[in-house]
Design a protein around this ligand. Structure first.
Ligand code: F6R
Length: 249
């Protein structure tokens, strides 16, 4: 199902409300969370809404999609740091319920196995929030990632290094590898919300719309999911065919 809104603000308000409604209905929910610039206004809206709509988040558990290899939790570009800055410092989930892959794990392969197992042992993700890369990646599952994958190490594509290099003052500091939940971990979530905004996502959203389920376009795996909402602003939806827009707005 597509939900298309005029502005980023509208997209973020809608997405934040969906997350808060989930928590209200399921205080013990297991949430899969994402980072990136798309999610910043979503988390900001959640925090804003929580000022008027207090919620008990003490029983909530979260698993983030991914983390750079080689960055500590204190590194300002690590996803651990991002999540605390944009959400967890104010959204007081007990720290032991917050999970991100460990980019400094001594045994990375073991850490990957343990991450997928930890999700499964809690009965899987109740809701997974996703952004999308301009090359169609979800999490850091780059094109050609096997759709049966679990949490694993990836070498970041050239496109992703260019896209995400903007967050690093020195491009050479941008890590070459990351840990990401696998496509199968994502597909096993009971509900998925994919959010894309802005002109940088126009082309990939049109490609995704037309694509078959194909490992060349990781986000196309989501077409197999029975509870998927794709939330777009006008700009990200700009190259969807007219008939699609008419039917979805
Ligand atoms: C981040 C993640 C990535 C981003 C994607 C879009 O945790 O999993 O897939 O969602 O790279 O990033 P932005 O929102 O910065 O365009």
């Amino acid at each position: 199902m597509y939900k298309i809104f005029e502005t980023v603000d509208d997209v973020s308000r809608y997405t934040a409300q969906r997350l808060l409604a989930k928590i209200q209905a399921m205080p013990r929910a297991i949430l899969g969370l994402a980072t990136g610039s798309t999610m910043e206004p979503v988390y900001a809206k959640m925090l804003q809404d929580l000022q008027h709509q207090p919620l008990d988040v003490s029983q909530l558990t979260t698993f983030n999609l991914d983390e750079y290899i080689g960055l500590s939790a204190q590194h300002p570009q690590s996803y651990n740091y991002y999540m605390h800055q944009h959400l967890f410092n104010q959204f007081k989930i007990p720290e032991h319920n917050v999970h991100l892959p460990d980019g400094l794990a001594a045994d990375i392969e073991q850490a990957c196995l343990a991450y997928s197992s930890a999700i499964q042992s809690r009965g899987g993700l109740d809701l997974q929030l996703l952004g999308i890369g301009s090359n169609g990646h979800i999490g850091f599952n780059e094109p050609q990632t096997c759709f049966n994958s679990r949490t694993h190490v990836v070498e970041l594509s050239e496109q992703t290094r260019i896209d995400n290099g903007r967050f690093f003052s020195d491009q050479n500091e941008m890590p070459t590898h990351a840990i990401t939940m696998g496509i199968l971990d994502i597909l096993e979530a009971k509900e998925i919300i994919l959010v894309a905004t802005g002109p940088n996502k126009t082309d990939i959203m049109a490609q995704l719309f037309h694509s078959a389920v194909d490992e060349a376009l990781p986000a196309s795996a989501l077409k197999q999911h029975s509870n998927l909402t794709i939330v777009l602003d006008r700009e990200a939806a700009a190259a969807l065919p007219e008939h699609a827009l008419n039917s979805v707005i």
